[in-house]
Design a protein around this ligand. Structure first.
Ligand SMILES: [Zn+2]
Length: 445
């Protein structure tokens, strides 16, 4: 009997229900988690070396002996990248027969990445997800409504398998018009609501006018959420808003927000996590290997998300044995080098965070000026507000939060432009690309 079969046996006979998994989670020690991680990691590397043409080729090219690889450190400079997924035939990554395919939402390179799974893998992610939901307060007698968009995206299935493992009641509203979503889920009085921020904020605006019912918590994922918007949604529903963190490459199940403290607990029984290339503040790129996958496992995959380990002490939640990462501050492929500095959407989130006269929908475009770069802000002005008020508040925030940047501005290394739009016109209800580099195009013209 190999170890995989042992895990399967234990899982099948002792860990079938979410309740029994929660009991185990409460008593897991850090050393047990790390031991399981090491065992599973070695199984993963050997599985890839036997079955994946891509990894076979890479191991050969780089002189990596899969039997000697015990941790990420043993892989030297080898990483799997998003470009690897885009530029190689998907068959090169497959180690088993796929049963389900999803695509990643990022389309910056014009080619979507595809990630394949089996039903069994999705069921397993769902069981882990249910333990996370238990920690946030979900129970089998809850009624859950979700508003995730189906097209090519894993999120609705992550929700489906999680709620299925919890054995809670589930109604799927999907990505329908916010008023219709509100009116139809109202019939079910869901105690938990899931979805993407852009959509659930619009649903919340309807709820603010039409009324709410008792809700335990809302779980949002797939996009960033400003703290101001979180407070607004929490205020309307009288319930906590939690965030999940995940990439399609890990079935959207990398981590779940700690209810006690900031940051996301990482799923350390299904992933090996590493923060690669850390700077002096500990920020680097989150990189992970997937541990429970047979069909398309990934080894030391670069997430492109920049974060660091959370440093604000221990928590007392159900997942306290799993380490936490802090908020994602940007994506390595979104960093733009311009005369303002090495900027990411995070900079502008911080600059615009608490300006009460604009909405949370904004976009920044970097353009080539006559001599220097021009940073063009697109913002939605709320009724009764003036452009001068917004600009004054923004400049104050930059001076306080980005003093270096302000100094460069006063020395005219770059310039700002401001464009104002009516509320609810910038995004068109879809995910808004926060930061765009329009300079390359300008050069080509
Ligand atoms: Zn916690």
């Amino acid at each position: 009997m190999n170890l995989d079969t042992v895990f399967g046996f234990v899982d099948h006979h002792f860990l079938r229900s979410t309740e029994s998994r929660v009991k185990i989670a409460r008593h897991l020690s850090r050393s047990t988690v790390e031991h399981l991680q090491r065992v599973k990691f070695r199984i993963l590397v050997k599985h890839l070396a036997r079955n994946s043409p891509f990894y076979k080729r890479k191991f050969r090219e780089l002189g990596i002996n899969p039997h000697k690889v015990r941790s990420h450190a043993d892989l030297g400079d080898f990483f799997t990248t998003a470009d690897d997924l885009r530029n190689n035939p998907i068959e090169d990554f497959l180690c088993g027969r796929p049963e389900f395919g999803f695509e990643t939402t990022g389309t910056s390179m014009g080619v979507n990445k595809r990630v394949y799974f089996s039903y069994r893998e999705m069921v397993e992610y769902g069981r882990d997800g249910a333990v996370g939901m238990w920690g946030l307060g979900m129970r089998p007698d809850d009624i859950v409504a979700d508003g995730f968009d189906y097209s090519f995206w894993n999120a609705p299935f992550t929700a489906f398998y999680t709620i299925e493992a919890m054995k809670a009641f589930h109604v799927i509203g999907a990505f329908v018009e916010p008023r219709e979503f509100y009116e139809r889920i109202r019939t079910y009085k869901p105690t938990v609501i899931m979805g993407v921020p852009t959509h659930i904020v619009r649903v919340t605006e309807v709820a603010e006018q039409e009324g709410v019912w008792p809700v335990k918590f809302l779980l949002l994922g797939g996009e960033n959420l400003s703290e101001r918007t979180r407070r607004y949604v929490e205020g309307v529903w009288g319930a906590k808003v939690y965030l999940s963190y995940g990439q399609t490459e890990a079935f959207g199940a990398n981590g779940i927000e700690c209810p006690d403290k900031g940051g996301y607990h990482m799923s350390d029984l299904s992933l090996v996590n590493e923060i690669a290339g850390q700077d002096e503040e500990g920020y680097g790129e989150l990189t992970y290997s997937t541990l429970n996958r047979q069909v398309m496992p990934l080894l030391r995959y670069r997430s492109a998300d920049i974060t660091r380990w959370a440093t604000d002490g221990d928590c007392n939640c159900l997942l306290s044995v799993m380490p936490r990462i802090a908020k994602i501050v940007g994506r390595s492929d979104e960093l733009i080098n311009c005369s303002m500095g090495n900027i990411s959407p995070y900079w502008f989130e911080e600059m615009l965070r608490d300006i009460p006269t604009i909405t949370d929908d904004w976009q920044v475009i970097v353009r080539r000026g006559e001599r220097d770069d021009r940073i063009e802000f697109h913002m939605e002005l709320l009724p009764g507000a003036t452009q001068a008020q917004v600009q004054e508040h923004l400049f104050r925030n930059i001076q306080e939060r980005f003093p270096d940047c302000w100094r460069y501005y006063t020395k005219k290394f770059f310039d700002f432009d401001f464009r104002y739009h009516p509320p609810r016109t910038l995004s068109g209800g879809r995910k808004l690309r926060r930061l765009i580099d329009a300079r390359a195009k300008a050069w080509g013209e």
